[in-house]
Write a protein that binds this ligand. Structure first.
Ligand code: FES
Ligand code: FES
Length: 175
């Protein structure tokens, strides 16, 4: 087992100093050390998307990201988007469209949608399908998820128009 090192992580706008093996998958640190249970363990191989987080606003599969690779960058998990009182527009859209059955995939669907809409606020249906093609849903709620992403795009554009801040952290602007 590798010797633990002291690493500084910025997760959901908070700074954490941790003593960990730098090769530990980021997912394990988020769930086991920082109690961020939004990201889920699905395949552990980078293939299902259940563990997705944003790193500097880009969707990443935290089960295959060594924790050391997140040092100096802004990590955002599902917990870092909205609150119960003020949901992120993407979270609201997934609720509105009742896109969950078991809900296990939704962490990845929602964070991948955040990354998509940050890059393309008005994606076509084909672009949404492309962006989410490697996020797997074993329950088969793909039609509802597609509708939720379309609704999320509308809600997020309205929120931006009303001056609401983007929920995703950026290390350079938040530190
Ligand atoms: S658990 Fe990370 S991609 Fe499946
Ligand atoms: S809602 Fe169950 S895996 Fe997608």
């Amino acid at each position: 087992m590798a010797t633990p090192r002291s690493l500084v992580l910025r997760v959901n706008r908070q700074t954490h100093v941790l003593s960990v093996d730098p090769a530990t998958p980021l997912l394990y640190i988020l769930r086991n050390d920082l109690a961020c249970n939004g990201p889920k363990y699905g395949c552990g191989l980078g293939q299902c998307g259940a563990c997705t987080v944003l790193i500097d606003g880009v969707a990443a599969r935290s089960c295959i990201v060594p924790t050391a690779a997140a040092v100096g960058r802004a990590v955002t998990t599902l917990e870092g988007l909205g609150t119960r009182e003020a949901l992120d527009p993407v979270q609201q859209a997934f609720i509105d469209e009742q896109a969950a059955q078991c809900g296990y995939c939704l962490n990845g669907m929602i964070l991948s949608t955040k990354a998509l809409l940050a890059a393309n606020p008005a994606p076509s249906e084909a672009q949404i399908r492309e962006a989410l093609r490697f996020n797997l849903c074993r329950c088969g709620t793909h039609v509802e998820i597609l509708r939720a992403v379309q609704r999320a795009a509308v809600l997020q554009r309205e929120a931006v128009g009303a001056g609401s801040a983007d929920g995703a952290d950026r290390f350079d602007s938040a530190s």
